[in-house]
Design a protein around this ligand. Structure first.
Ligand code: NAG
Ligand code: NAG
Ligand code: NAG
Ligand code: NAG
Ligand code: NAG
Ligand code: NAG
Ligand code: NAG
Ligand code: NAG
Ligand code: CU
Length: 630
């Protein structure tokens, strides 16, 4: 009996994946000169001397072998993450292919090569891949990853992949340093100089009368969400983040960083004699200030004939009618998981620590990289792998048991929007509150009053029977989210905000799922050990690299000490850097000719004097409302 069953399963699975192919890529990452928006040169990180880096197209069940060599710069590290792929560890040695540095692998240093070798299993749809070392993918190390499905539940004539992203003219590490600086005490996020459409501007989508197109939108940017609308053509949403959904017709979609939305669009039956506007708008509510020369809206064209005139820009009004992700439903009618086994509540906060820098927190913890990757700790600690203490207390480590239903509650004690992403899984969206007090600017001390946290005895909406399932979802200003997933993929999975500025501020947690089963499935590969060794990182030990006493975490990197007692952030600013800090905060968010990373007060002073064209920089000489500094 058992033999027959095994035999049947083998036959069936080999039929299902009988055409499985292996796709081999050999990528060397290095700087490449580019000019994506046509306004100014900018160094991008390309592969094999070319930028944009190539989209990857595979079929369900295929294998990918991707060699990544770091030839970027001597002091720059790298890695690749395949966003949305489960890396189902039941296939063996898949967790170490997931990519985030110090979570599931060591950094790939200059001159090193790492092989990403994985199967895409039975996933289908629209994904993407990107560097997962700090905010590095912002410099263009990102592209689409499409898994074609031989049995797609809808028809079309052609599919088009479209990346939406944002463009910073300075290298990501300079922008990041200026952002994470005590001269930016309000934590105002760097404002991009432009947004891009498929890595360029003024793009054309050629339509033939009578045809149907599948447009796969991917927000591969670092920061801003984007709206898309097509003049006089409906969009039918059929997929979000690799999950087919019941067709839902709309004329406006909203895509946050990390998210994907695929829509079907029917071309007009007959040549309409003109072209139509495809409007792309950045979500300006995410910006602390709007520089006068930042263009918020671009018009691309849906062309029935490239000879016809370029379509006029359209005013879309208040943008409140964008399709709401909460109301989409999976096409296969998968049901809401029954009640949870474990519930974790994360209060999201932004606060200054004693070094004057604004950090992001889950509860009181701002994620700090451990000394060895968490995967190494889980695989070398035997039975202790189930004890969260060995992972240190500065990564928000949570250990889950096999097949537990996990409920994550996120309460946003912050006015920002946060697209949260979970590696290795999809989650069900059980509750999603609207934004509260979106357009108001109020101080840190008042956040608690303004926030509407989740109240389990009085949920804001009915629990959906068939909740939308995806891998990235937007947490609204001062609102909340409730997510559920099943811990059915033993492994180490990162959970973080996909506004990468918030990730570098520490808005992350690490889920350690059934580590004992993981130990049976996963062995640290040769490449894994090699790149760790090259980086001087141990291949065993707890979060502090100690394998003698697993509970001794001496030397563990930790978040800076809190502000001295009695100091509010405002008080700190006034006390220590006063006007300079306030000015610098405004300066970093509104000025983007940022030419160097500035390290001391004297330099800031001189720099500001030049920029602001004043003798003694004082607050009243620049607009003061923008950064929320009084
Ligand atoms: C990848 O390309 C580099 C440079 O062309 C070459 O030296 C290396 O052998 C290639 N690796 C594989 C696995 O093909
Ligand atoms: C797009 O159009 C703008 C304004 O029409 C132009 O200045 C810019 O150079 C164009 N960009 C590209 C990449 O063609
Ligand atoms: C990739 O992994 C598969 C499955 O473990 C293995 O058969 C194959 O040899 C690996 N490829 C390389 C280039 O190591
Ligand atoms: C976007 O770029 C990708 C890869 O370069 C290309 O395959 C695709 O057709 C482009 N899409 C559009 C709408 O131009
Ligand atoms: C489509 O979306 C609307 C509102 O966004 C929602 O009310 C409706 O239930 C959705 N229908 C389906 C089939 O998903
Ligand atoms: C956070 O708070 C918990 C409980 O109060 C404490 O055990 C932990 O050490 C704190 N972590 C940090 C990084 O401050
Ligand atoms: C949660 O809702 C219940 C039921 O409406 C209510 O009694 C309770 O006061 C609420 N809790 C909070 C903290 O608002
Ligand atoms: C991984 O594969 C196993 C066995 O096929 C399956 O039970 C499990 O649901 C999968 N996990 C995910 C996250 O897809
Ligand atoms: Cu965020």
């Amino acid at each position: 009996m058992l033999f027959i069953a095994v035999w049947l399963i083998t036959i069936l699975s080999s039929v299902a994946f009988s055409n499985a192919r292996t796709h081999t890529f050999n990528f060397t990452a290095s700087w490449v000169n580019a000019n994506p928006d046509g306004f100014k040169d900018k160094r991008m990180i390309g592969f094999n001397g070319k930028w944009p880096v190539p989209d990857i197209h595979v079929n369900k069940g295929d294998r990918v072998e991707l060699y990544l060599t770091n030839a970027i710069d001597k002091d720059i590290e790298t890695s690749l993450h395949f966003h949305g792929l489960f890396h189902n560890t039941s296939y063996g040695n898949q967790n170490q292919m997931d990519g985030p540095v110090m979570v599931t692998q060591c950094p790939i240093l200059y001159g090193e090569t790492y092989l990403y070798n994985f199967t895409v299993g039975d996933q289908v749809g629209t994904y993407w891949y990107h560097a997962h070392a700090g905010a590095q993918y912002g410099d263009g190390m990102r592209a689409a990853f499409i898994i074609h499905d031989p049995e797609e539940p809808f028809e079309y004539d052609k599919d088009l992949v479209i990346q939406l992203s944002d463009l910073y003219r300075q290298p990501y590490y300079d922008v990041s340093d200026a952002f994470l600086s005590r001269y930016n005490p309000t934590g105002a996020e760097p404002i991009p100089q432009n947004i891009l459409f498929n890595n360029t501007l003024n793009d054309t989508l050629d339509f033939k009368p009578g045809e149907t197109y599948l447009l796969r939108f991917i927000n591969s940017g670092l920061f801003v969400s984007q709206y898309i609308s097509i003049e006089s053509h409906d969009m039918v949403i059929v997929e979000v983040d690799g999950v087919y959904v019941k067709p839902n017709t709309t004329d406006l979609i909203y895509v946050a960083t990390g998210q994907r939305i695929s829509v079907l669009v029917n071309a007009k039956e007959k040549d309409p004699g003109r072209n139509f506007a495809l409007t792309q708008i950045l979500d300006e509510s995410m910006l602390d200030a709007i520089p006068p020369d930042l263009q918020l809206q671009w018009t691309h064209q849906v062309a029935y004939n490239r000879e016809y005139a370029w379509p006029r820009s359209i005013d879309l009004g208040d943008l409140e009618n964008a399709a709401e992700e909460f109301y989409l439903q999976p096409l296969d009618n998968r049901e809401l998981y029954g009640d949870y086994d474990v519930q974790i509540t994360f209060d999201v906060r932004m606060k200054n620590l004693g070094d004057g820098i604004k950090y992001a927190f889950f509860n009181n913890v701002s994620y700090v990289d451990p000394k060895v990757p968490t995967l190494t700790t889980a695989l070398t600690s035997g039975k202790l792998a189930n004890d969260p203490r060995i992972y240190g207390d500065n990564i928000n480590a949570y250990v889950f048991e096999k097949d537990e239903i996990v409920e994550i509650v996120l309460n946003n004690y912050d006015t920002g929007k946060h697209p949260f992403h979970l590696h290795g899984h999809n989650f069900q969206l059980v509750q999603k509150s609207p934004a509260f007090h979106e357009d108001e600017n109020f101080p840190e001390e008042d956040q608690d009053k303004m926030t509407v946290p989740y109240n389990e005895s009085a949920p804001l909406m009915d629990f959906p029977l068939h909740p939308v399932t995806r891998d990235t979802v937007l947490l609204e200003p001062n609102g909340h989210l409730v997510l559920r997933f099943k811990a059915n993929n033993p492994g180490i999975w990162y959970f973080h905000c996909h506004v990468d500025w918030h990730l570098v501020q520490g808005l992350a947690a690490v889920f350690i799922e059934d580590p004992i089963t993981l130990q049976e499935r996963e062995k640290l590969g040769l490449d894994y050990r090699k790149i760790c060794k090259a980086a001087g990182i141990k291949n065993e030990g707890n979060a502090a690299g100690n394998s003698k006493d697993w509970f001794d975490l001496e030397g563990l990197p930790r978040q800076p000490a809190p502000l001295p007692r009695g100091f509010t952030a405002k008080g700190y600013v006034a006390f220590i850097v006063c006007t300079l800090a306030a000015l610098w905060g405004i300066y970093t968010i509104s000025e983007y000719g940022l030419s160097e990373t500035i390290q001391n007060d004297r330099q800031v002073y001189d720099h500001l004097k030049g920029i602001l064209n004043v003798e003694d920089p004082v607050i009243s000489s620049v607009p003061t409302n923008s950064a929320g500094v009084e």
